[in-house]
Ligand binder design. Structure first.
Ligand SMILES: Nc1ncnc2c1ncn2[C@@H]1O[C@H](COP(=O)(O)OP(=O)(O)OP(=O)(O)O)[C@@H](O)[C@H]1O
Ligand SMILES: [Mg+2]
Length: 237
């Protein structure tokens, strides 16, 4: 087993020759055709590529939301798909935060409860959940929205709520699938800056899918995907 830890500057996340094919009525689709990626702790990485190139599929493999057809994903040196389903779920809850383009918030409850929700799964007490959720809303500058329903917030504010929620269980890795895709340029930049802060100030590892070349160039490294393989990697200054 791979045992290299993240603290010695080694990869917190490794994708090894990952292949993913989907069988459907229309035939077989090769979404990923052998992807190799290595990402260090605290690194902010952009995944860029045309529509249908396999970006979301790759993110879903990294977050263990779906299993590869073949190949391996290591998180902190652990081959995640060698774990049982319940071990995978536990690992996901503790190590990984997800942010989606469409926010995926629950509109029938408050902003505070949305942020606090992952704390239920990790068995935090009610008090602890509320305290932590409020603190995260403060970090993201929207604590005044705690009692509102998400649907009454702007897109940028809703995405901040989603970022706060992704941080609830203090994950080492944040996976964001086009987090600025539904936002105007200015609001998108603000959300992007929040993610950058998570990486620079809190040493979270961020993997962000984006169609925005400017944002991709503002990360530590951009990985370009085309037709299910890594086309090139660009290290940014
Ligand atoms: N569940 C699925 N069943 C069948 N085919 C799928 C499934 N998920 C993805 N695909 C196919 O795999 C390929 C890659 O899809 P994926 O969603 O990863 O692309 P993407 O790069 O995220 O695109 P976009 O930029 O449009 O979000 C596409 O051809 C897609 O149709
Ligand atoms: Mg996608």
């Amino acid at each position: 087993m791979q045992t290299e830890g993240p603290e010695n500057g080694q990869a917190v996340l490794r994708v090894e020759n990952v292949v993913k094919t989907f069988e459907s009525a229309a035939g077989t689709v090769a979404a990923l055709r052998g992807v190799d990626i290595s990402i260090k702790k605290g690194e902010f990485v952009a995944i860029v590529g045309p529509s249908g190139s396999g970006k979301s599929t790759l993110l879903n493999m990294i977050g263990a939301l779906d299993k590869p057809t073949s190949g391996k994903v290591y998180i902190n040196g652990i081959d995640i798909f060698s774990l049982s389903d319940s071990e995978i779920a536990t690992m996901r809850n503790h190590l990984i935060g997800f942010i989606f383009q469409s926010y995926n918030l629950i509109n029938r409850t408050t902003v505070l409860k949305n942020v606090a929700l992952p704390g239920v799964i990790s068995e935090m007490s009610g008090d602890e959940r509320s305290r932590r959720a409020l603190k995260l809303l403060q970090v993201l500058g929207i604590e005044d929205k705690a009692g509102f329903k998400p649907s009454s917030l702007s897109g940028g504010q809703q995405q901040r709520v989603a970022i706060a929620r992704s941080l609830m269980n203090d994950p080492a890795i944040i996976l964001a699938d086009e987090p600025t895709g539904n936002l105007d340029t200015k609001t998108g930049s603000e959300v992007f800056e929040m993610l950058r802060m998570m990486s620079s100030k809190f040493r979270r590892t961020i993997v962000m899918v984006t169609h925005n070349p400017e944002l991709a160039e503002s990360t530590d490294r951009a990985i370009y995907i085309r037709d299910g393989v890594v086309e090139k990697e660009v290290v940014n200054n």
